[in-house]
Design a protein around this ligand. Sequence first.
Ligand SMILES: *Cc1c(COP(=O)(O)O)cnc(C)c1O
Length: 372
Amino acid sequence: MDPYFLELANKAIRTLKPYQPGKPISELQREYQLSRIVKLASNENPLGPSPRALTAASTALAECGRYPDPEAYNLKQALAKHCHVEAAQLTLGNGSDNLLAMLVQTFVQPGQTVLMPEYSFATFTIVSRTHHAHVVYAPSKEWRCDVQALLDAITPETRMIFIANPNNPTGTCINQMELVQLLANIPKQVLVILDEAYYEYCQQADYPHSMALQQQYPQLVITRTFSKAYGLAGLRIGYAISHPDIANLLNRVRLPFNISLPAQAAAIAALQDQEHVQRGLGINQQGIKQLRQALVQLNLKSIPSVTNFITVDFEQTAAPIYQALLKRGIIVRPLLPYNMPNHLRISIGTPDENDYLIEQLSKILSKEYSHD
Ligand SMILES: *Cc1c(COP(=O)(O)O)cnc(C)c1O
């Protein structure tokens, strides 16, 4: 890049690396002529959204000449009821990543510290560094967040701790005891942001009761999203549950029309169709089993996952396997940006998509294909 504009950019932005999303289907289609493309790269719901959400969104499109309700009154009422919280505790975001940025913008001064475990969601680093925060990574243990290591890394400069639970890209989670240990021992000036983008998927019995803990520990902020279990990733809508005063402060930063009209309508309808969510969770459970069995047969190690993707350890550089899968029309996620060059993250698809992945992966790994 020509240094001219680079030097005009904020210092914090100059060394920032852009988020590397899963390869879009349209891009792969441009590169190779493929009859079938299966995207298992961004942890989307393979069933897509509820048909009721789609109908609501298209009905709302007719009203798009007007601005959406800036307070999203109806959606907040529906969410408050669904989550058993007060509407005043909710803040809506254009995707939950929008909320993560607002949280740093609101509560972290330039030069103060944001703390997170190693192998955390890349967006945490981007939103922190964009707002001139200093980012510190606490060591993880066997791909899991180590709460004691986080506590040990806290300094007087620490203002915020990010934990994705379950975590992306590892698929692991912390339990109730660990979260309580953290919340009970943090200093007053530290907020804990618990990103529960995948909470619907986690079946673990000791998964934290974060909502109840939020009542007890007002420094806890929970973020959730319609992008994963609700299958609405393309409409961009997420929410934060916090102490009402935190919500009040966030709403000073939030731009007034950040949730589009179709997104508000779709989210309300999606909440009303819990059967669709359950169907998605069923497909996921089945898919996790199917993939886990196949990985064992292929002699591949993976990180035990409590969510809708599996992170596979190829015990060698995984880039050639990623490329070979692409050539066969399958998009998964390389984890080089996470310093995990031997791993690939594979989203759970429909049973049919999982079969296709397993079939192609075994071909790639088998001796016959080692020279192609
Ligand atoms: C997918 C994901 C999200 C969701 O982001 P949206 O902006 O709501 O689409 C949030 N956090 C993590 C860890 C994720 O993997």
